[in-house]
Design a binder for this molecule. Structure first.
Ligand code: PLP
Length: 434
């Protein structure tokens, strides 16, 4: 099979130990439709992770396909530096209309990492430009276990040692708060009064930490604490945005309006790389000045606001409206909850966490070398579903468009995959003990 051989010869995959990749026999995906993907051998898989948490209305949604083709007939790319274009303008207006109140300005980039990087830089520069005592606001508070992307700034506010510790000497220091504990956040803000630029949080669910859910009221409490200390609140909705938690944005569950909001992944329905950092007029105005004042936000990427991606994003929002996606999601969330009760009863499952369509199934502890999360992935793949674990947490995040039958099938496959992988390991243990 030359494709597989060429992959092994020429590629270096993200978040992948390449040693051993040779033996993986990973599916080579050829096409998708709705909630499913097909490989070059014609095998069908349910896309249980929305192609890494981004597919929203399914693969090859006609309305998004057409919007991209129409835009392609006009222009595929034109810069936002010194020029502008209709899709970027219209999308910004549409995002502001649905965003939490007060978020009025849209700054585009192309990934979740850049969206958070931009929010951090904006917050920092905002206080520097205010000058006086405010220039002492240089610190950031993040949550333990946070994940905001892989660029150096977003890694600095990251809290996953496995991914982040190596880069320690390259990073700026961030204070880290105990997730879900408003008192800990209050104490940190108190101790560092007048020195904190912003608090950055993944709202309601810390995704990459293993789908860790926060108690009700926590996000609101963080907002109130930020207000009390005049600290900016950055909400990273990269994973939670665009319906994943059952509302358009996770912030809506607690009526929270942040000062900066980061969007990516589902913004284009999962079609093209686009991200946006939304902010308030207060922050925007902090950057206004004469040319020679140099208060400009000196940041921008080549593909910032790419027209094809903006066209896809507008179509994505249209589909939300036309298909009543959020409304139709509620019974699916309820069904998912019901189906997961069965998974929770599997003896090798320690805990099942769910928020909307975001699910983490934590397995009982197995030796690190057993790579149990990975074994479950392989078993699921054999049965026709694509999942990807975070350590020993099996993550599920199907497209919002998945129908009830497919959802049942996905959970059935995952349950059996867990039983097969963990059961086999237990059998091995028993055989060894005998
Ligand atoms: C909450 C959050 N922020 C940021 C990112 C980084 O996004 P990207 O991979 O597009 O850079 C992710 C990716 O999983 C994420 O979950």
């Amino acid at each position: 099979m030359t494709l597989a051989a060429d992959d092994r010869t020429y590629l270096w995959h993200p978040f992948t130990q390449q040693q051993g990749w040779q033996d993986e026999d990973a599916p080579i995906i050829e096409r998708g439709d709705g909630a499913c993907l097909w490989d070059v051998d014609g095998r069908r898989y349910i896309d249980g992770i929305s192609s890494l948490w981004c597919t929203v209305h399914g693969h090859r949604h006609p309305a998004i396909d057409i919007a991209i083709r129409d835009q392609m007939d006009r222009v595929a790319h034109s810069t936002m530096l010194g020029l502008t274009h209709e899709p970027a303008i219209e999308l910004a207006k549409r995002l502001v209309a649905i965003a939490p109140p007060g978020l009025r300005r849209v700054f585009y980039s192309d990934s979740g990492s850049t969206a958070t990087e931009i929010a951090l830089k904006m917050a920092f520069q905002f206080w520097q430009q205010r000058g006086g005592a405010d220039a002492r606001r240089t610190k950031f508070i993040t949550l333990q276990g946070a994940y905001h992307g892989d660029t150096i700034g977003s890694v600095s506010v990251g809290g996953i040692d496995l991914f982040h510790a190596t880069y320690g000497p390259l990073l700026f220091e961030a204070l880290s708060a105990e997730p879900g504990d408003a008192e800990d956040m209050a104490a940190l803000l108190e101790e560092n009064s007048g020195q904190v630029a912003a608090v950055i949080v993944e709202p309601l669910v810390q995704g990459a930490a293993g789908i860790l859910t926060q108690p009700d009221g926590y996000l609101r409490a963080v907002r109130e604490l930020c207000d009390r200390h005049d600290v900016l609140m950055i909400v990273d909705e990269v994973a939670t945005g665009f319906g994943r938690t059952g509302r358009m944005f996770a912030c809506e569950h607690e009526d929270v309006a942040p000062d900066l909001m980061c969007l990516a992944k589902g913004i284009t329905g999962g079609y093209l790389p686009l991200a946006a950092t939304l902010t308030t007029e207060r922050i925007y105005e902090g950057f206004l000045g004469e040319h020679q004042d140099f208060r400009t936000f000196f940041h921008g990427h080549t593909y910032t606001g790419n027209p094809l991606a903006c066209a896809a994003a507008i179509a994505n929002l249209n589909v939300f409206e036309q298909e009543h996606t959020i409304e139709k999601l509620q019974p699916k969330i309820a069904l998912l909850e019901k189906l997961l009760r069965g998974v929770a009863r599997i003896p090798t499952v320690r805990e099942v966490r769910q928020r909307g369509m975001m699910v983490g199934i934590e397995l009982e502890e197995f030796p690190l070398g057993a790579r149990m999360g990975h074994q479950v992935t392989l078993e699921a793949r054999r049965r026709g579903a694509i999942v990807r674990p975070l350590g020993d947490v099996v993550v599920l995040m199907p497209p919002l468009s998945i129908d009830h039958t497919e959802l049942r099938r996905l959970i059935d496959i995952v349950g059996h995959a867990i039983e097969a992988a963990t059961g086999a390991a237990l059998d091995d243990d028993l055989a060894e003990a005998a």
